[in-house]
Design a protein around this ligand. Structure first.
Ligand SMILES: [Zn+2]
Length: 205
């Protein structure tokens, strides 16, 4: 009965039991951009193949790169020609960010996904595990640097309760304490006092 304890055998059995998508994505590698500079231009030689490899419309990838790299460019056959000299590593990082934002399933890591529009929301639908998540094109820098000011009114969502029973909301980097507010409520509050990252507020109607 040695086969029961044969590690390779057991491993193979586990692998066989995995859905195909999981096995495949182990092999998925973010395509490497072949970047070269010509005069004042940056050329991604294999641009269209990259888009095909990640199963996305080249125009979608193109628009993303233009926005993220803050430059202009044109697709010429297989190549993308960008204005300005952009470092190959920056180009690669942006492509990787595109893939993690618009391609990879955040649940199972599979690249076997598709983009779908639901009203104004863009969704990433995973064909491997069925997970659906909204695409977040950019981390919202605004909310993380948002500042509160004493005496001003803000709309916050109470997501928790403090030990004393005060409502707690997160606002940018602040924790806002709102006495009398209930969890799940969205309330308008006036900031009374700020101490470092803690803000003390009261509900206004
Ligand atoms: Zn998935």
């Amino acid at each position: 009965m040695t086969e029961l304890y044969d590690y390779d055998y057991l491993l193979q059995r586990v692998r066989d039991a995995l859905p195909d998508a999981v096995k495949h994505h182990e092999r998925f590698e973010i395509p490497k951009a072949e970047v070269l500079h010509e005069g004042k231009s940056t050329i991604i030689r294999n641009f269209v193949s990259i888009a095909k490899r990640i199963n996305r419309d080249p125009m979608h990838v193109y628009k993303y790169l233009m926005r993220e790299l803050g430059t202009a460019g044109t697709i010429q056959g297989e190549r993308l020609v960008l204005k300005g000299r952009i470092s190959p590593s920056l180009v690669q990082r942006r492509i990787e960010r595109y893939v993690s934002t618009y391609v990879l399933c955040s649940e199972c890591g599979s690249p076997d996904t598709e983009l779908r529009k639901e009203g104004r929301v863009e969704l990433l639908v995973c064909k491997a595990c069925g997970a659906v998540r909204p695409v977040q094109a950019k981390i919202d820098v605004r909310t993380t640097t948002e500042t509160l000011k004493e005496g001003k009114i803000y709309e916050v969502e109470i997501t928790d309760l403090s030990r004393d029973g005060d409502g707690i909301a997160k606002y940018g980097n602040y924790v806002v304490y709102v006495p009398g507010a209930r969890k799940g409520q969205s309330v308008k509050v006036k900031i009374l006092k700020i101490k470092k990252n803690a803000a003390f507020a009261e509900v206004v109607s």
